[in-house]
Design a protein around this ligand. Structure first.
Ligand SMILES: Nc1nc2c(c(=O)[nH]1)N[C@H]1C(S)=C(S)[C@@H](COP(=O)(O)OP(=O)(O)OC[C@H]3O[C@@H](n4cnc5c(=O)[nH]c(N)nc54)[C@H](O)[C@@H]3O)O[C@H]1N2
Ligand SMILES: Nc1nc2c(c(=O)[nH]1)N[C@H]1C(S)=C(S)[C@@H](COP(=O)(O)OP(=O)(O)OC[C@H]3O[C@@H](n4cnc5c(=O)[nH]c(N)nc54)[C@H](O)[C@@H]3O)O[C@H]1N2
Ligand code: SF4
Ligand SMILES: [Mo]
Length: 678
């Protein structure tokens, strides 16, 4: 009899979280395929799914703790590693206080569960210094929508008559979102894509607004102007449920189609056409904002201006519009509520940052300056888990310098990454197949459990790691649960659902029926209880009340020495940031990074496909082969490079000293560069 079994769980290779069947033989995974009953992916998987096996059993995977010594890495036992790390943390806390310890956690890998464990540990030792690059991303969109509508909303693609994908490319970044979009389109819904590139989703669109990056606010204002002047907005809704309409209408006046064309490159007739299509379908107009508009000097206001459209069209929380998601009422997993850090003295206090205020999170860019300068106080130890900032954070050279300056760097990862190479200790981490965590699919308001399928001796799940380290530092009482299972039961307690219920329902359990128009019964979760076109809260922080538009620097004060605009980080299907570049079958398909260039620009620079060029910004340069795109794929004067490549690290070129004051996010999506034949 063969020892075969199949376990249903969720794939966590990316944040789409598809339901999978994991087939095991004698305790080893032999295959992974799609689990058909889950409403989110209905059995479909992307090409990456089976790479989970390559990752888990990778010959270079770290399965034993590593310690840096004068003669290189030395393998040590887990207990010794934890003892030594705890000893060094103790000494740092004694000398410089608990503030001197920080955690850098990445959320794209896990879920709030990972985050709350890290925060709980920090709280237990008494430090507020929690960093996370992810916290700066969805949270910009989150913050933008929260400021206008009081909460994050989810497009109701399935019932929409017009869908706007604004700066996202779901076929690569969230494959399961593509299905409801395309089925709506087959039903007759119009698809509009706003993207400076002729992306995969743009190829499927009825209308593609190919704008200059970072000019999203101008386009949104142009649409607002059309809705207002043509009286295409929902007057009764606006009157009853919104705040600041008069000011909005007055400010919009300057955004005529001709002005918008000049600012964004989107032809004036297209601006009118987009507004007409959105208004015609309203309130069944669903808008999804991706990472494109948010990572610029004007990021939050770009997102807010787009969110205002929901208010004008009354499409907020409407069938076919943008539905306000109801949360799963489990024990709250974020630090905001459970651990009020407000009274603590953050290393990078940033009183005017909306993200800092709404999320109680540090602004990571200025934190590097604080660490390097030792002011306002020293931060000497950093524990990094599931993150590779040496490749993924702007100004990589400074990131490296900062990590190298610390007394203690501990990295928990699967591989000896560029960040791990800078550590004093590298600890083996459990993959998603070696731990348990809860996940909600907000489109269906379904909760599912990702289950532990494997175990490797000496490889700890996140709960065990923080519990054991806290115990050694004398704060074990913050982690009173025996193991991850008990901890998960505690999280579930207020929901009425048990772990067994979730395990018995791999298709997920609807936790609250999907409902629309909840604003009829309760006010919006903004300070005024209305949709806020104008925000008193922002005015009190010293910002404009309206989401006023200001051009990105490359337009407002261009540097003639760097005449090209490099667009960065359009997702590739096979890679997730710096991950999966070590999966051999992926490398044969996509062996190297390339810089995508319009044929006109290639012609004027005398370049052929595959030629090496040197791309330089004011802080760094790199040599990279050219890929000449189709004529309309990218605007002339623009280039695009994907991030996460070890040998072509684009974040050596991105700077950290220019950011949106409201969110502290550096310019992740664009940098001005020069291109020369190498
Ligand atoms: N395969 C894969 N999937 C992923 C990831 C991955 O690395 N690989 N990463 C995950 C993570 S962490 C994230 S945050 C999401 C991101 O998810 P998305 O936002 O959907 O992903 P991107 O490919 O970055 O899409 C951004 C699009 O915005 C465009 N863009 C660039 N600048 C601008 C601009 O100024 N305005 C507008 N309107 N558009 C602009 C780009 O050309 C690109 O097509 O993807 C997630 N999914
Ligand atoms: N210029 C530019 N830079 C960008 C972006 C961009 O668009 N432009 N995108 C940004 C965005 S949106 C994001 S979210 C960040 C992502 O930034 P990071 O999170 O730093 O990038 P990843 O490459 O996903 O790193 C994850 C690390 O976790 C490890 N890992 C995988 N699974 C596990 C696990 O289960 N447990 C543990 N402990 N480790 C694990 C992987 O081996 C990898 O080293 O990149 C950002 N960087
Ligand atoms: S889209 Fe692919 S990598 Fe992402 S969760 Fe689904 S199968 Fe896994
Ligand atoms: Mo992200």
């Amino acid at each position: 009899m063969t020892d075969r079994r199949t376990v249903q769980t969720l794939c966590r290779l990316c944040d789409d979280r598809c339901a999978v069947n994991v087939h095991l033989e004698k305790g080893r995974i032999v295959d992974i395929d799609g689990y058909a009953e889950h409403p989110w992916n209905r059995g479909r998987l992307c090409v990456k799914a089976r790479a989970a096996m390559d990752m888990v059993y990778h010959p270079q995977r770290i399965l034993k703790p590593l310690k840096r010594t004068a003669s290189g890495w030395q393998e040590i036992g887990l207990e010794q590693a934890l003892d030594e790390i705890a000893g060094q943390l103790d000494a740092i806390i004694d000398r410089q206080g608990a503030h001197a310890v920080g955690i850098w956690n990445e959320e794209d890998i896990g879920f709030g569960q990972q985050e709350v464990l890290a925060c709980r540990f920090l709280q237990a030792i008494g430090s507020p210094n929690y960093f996370c690059n992810d916290s700066q991303r969805y949270k910009i969109r989150y913050s933008g929508y929260r400021l206008v509508e009081g909460a994050w909303s989810m497009p109701d693609y399935e019932n929409a008559r017009c869908i706007v994908i604004w700066g996202a490319n779901p076929p690569y970044s969230h494959p399961n979102m593509t299905r409801p979009i395309m089925s709506a389109r087959r039903r007759g819904a119009r698809l509009i894509v706003v993207d400076p590139r002729f992306s995969t989703i743009a190829r499927k669109a009825d209308l593609h607004a190919q704008l200059k990056p970072g000019t999203d606010g101008a386009l949104a204002w142009g649409i607002i102007h059309q809705l207002v002047t043509n009286q295409w907005y929902d007057r009764p809704f606006v009157k009853k449920y919104t705040l600041g309409f008069e000011a909005l209408a007055a400010y919009a006046e300057r955004f005529t189609p001709a002005t918008v064309e000049e600012e964004t490159s989107v032809p004036a007739p297209t601006v009118r056409e987009i507004a007409r299509a959105m208004a015609w379908a309203a309130p069944a107009t669903a808008v999804y904002v991706g990472s494109g508009p948010e990572r610029h000097e004007n990021g939050i206001n770009n997102v807010r201006a787009v969110a205002c459209l929901d208010g004008l069209m009354a499409s907020v929380d409407r069938q076919g519009g943008n539905r306000l998601v109801e949360p799963f009422e489990c024990r709250n997993l974020t630090n905001n509520w459970e651990f009020p850090l407000r009274h603590m003295d953050l290393i990078a206090p940033d009183h005017s940052s909306v993200v800092c205020d709404l999320r109680r999170e540090r602004r990571m860019m200025s934190a590097f300056d604080n660490i390097l300068s030792g002011k306002p106080y020293p931060l000497r130890a950093l524990l990094l888990t599931a993150a590779n900032p040496a490749l993924t954070i702007p100004n990589s050279e400074k990131v490296r310098r900062t990590l190298a300056s610390l007394d203690l760097v501990v990295v928990r990862d699967l591989f000896l990454t560029e960040t791990a190479e800078l550590a004093h200790y590298v600890l083996p981490a459990a993959t998603f197949l070696e731990r348990t965590e809860l996940h909600c699919h907000s489109m269906y308001q379904v909760v599912s459990i990702a289950r532990r399928v494997l175990h490797f001796d000496g490889v700890q799940d996140d709960y065990s790691f923080w519990r054991d380290l806290a115990a050694r530092l004398g704060c074990g009482n913050s982690f009173p649960w025996r193991d991850e299972t008990e901890f998960t039961r505690w999280i579930l307690e207020p929901t009425g659902l048990s772990l067994e219920d979730l395990e018995a329902h791999p298709e997920g359990i609807p936790y609250t029926p999907v409902r629309y128009e909840k604003w009829r019964e309760r006010s919006f979760a903004t300070p005024s209880g209305k949709i806020e076109f104008a925000s008193r809260y922002l005015a009190d922080l010293g910002y404009a009340e309206l989401p006023e538009y200001s051009p990105p620097d490359y337009l407002g004060s261009p540097d003639p020495a760097y005449p090209f605009v490099l667009i960065i980080g359009g997702r590739k299907l096979l890679f997730d940031h710096s991950r999966f570049h070590n999966i051999p079958r992926f490398c044969t398909v996509a062996p190297q990074a390339e810089v995508e260039m319009n044929p006109e620009d290639a012609y004027s620079l005398g370049l052929a496909d595959g030629d090496m060029v040197r791309v330089s910004s004011r802080i760094g340069s790199m040599d990279i082969p050219v890929k000449i795109t189709g004529r309309n794929e990218i605007l002339a004067g623009m280039l695009q490079i994907n991030h996460g490549w070890k040998n072509a690290n684009i974040n050596l070129l991105t700077h950290d000293d220019n950011f949106d004051p409201q969110n502290g996010l550096p310019l992740w999506k664009t940098v001005q560069v020069r291109v020369e034949k190498a």
